[in-house]
Design a protein around this ligand. Sequence first.
Ligand code: ZN
Length: 66
Amino acid sequence: MINVNEPCKNPLNPNCPNEDIVVYIQIGQERYPICCQCWAELAESNAEWNETGLKTEEKQCLTTQD
Ligand SMILES: [Zn+2]
């Protein structure tokens, strides 16, 4: 865990009050601190980010069953 005194700035959840920042994501010139919970959600959401922005895809249901 990264010890910082700032709240989560998840672009997908701007009002997130959590401060248990575990990672930063770089979008353009900005670094966004992301809390543990939001990071889990981002990782699950197939969101992608780069210099130009953040994009998300709808969750894909991977429940194919034979
Ligand atoms: Zn958060």
